[in-house]
Design a protein around this ligand. Sequence first.
Ligand code: NI
Length: 185
Amino acid sequence: MAILPILEVPDARLKVVSTPVTLFDDGLKQLVADMFETMYDAPGIGLAAIQVGVPKRVLVIDLQEPVEADHEHGEHCNHDHEVVRNPRVFINPEILDPSDEWAVYSEGCLSVPDQYADVERPATIRARWHDLDGKLHEEEMDGLMATCLQHEMDHLEGILFIDHLSRLKRQMVLKKLEKQRKLAA
Ligand code: NI
């Protein structure tokens, strides 16, 4: 496995439309393994292949939700609460039946590091995708999973979450990112 470099705005490759996977081979398994390692290292909860420069319709997601703790996370609690790992792979994903109801989440993206903004998307979707063996799956999704899958699927069309913002808000986010890069340099 390998940690791959993540493309960041304004890299033109992030605007490329990715092509469907037709070969479910060892190369695909390797790509997915590398994508998981890259995503966990970042750390992030989702990654599209184009974010590591591969224009294929491949996504990995792991929401890494916290384990139900036996106590509240309070001031006397000085350890990291455990998360459950639930790695999921989506190949050639499609969205069916997006709900009329919308949900708002403060989204971020490894390609727009440390920047967050509210994005509105359908609250519930039905998703269809292939797994690593080419088997077809279908599932109803809501909450963070629905939002995350839609965010990652946007990457396959060359769309970033900041493209959902007004021009003014998008420019504010990009300016903040630019400032942060200068400070880090
Ligand atoms: Ni993203």
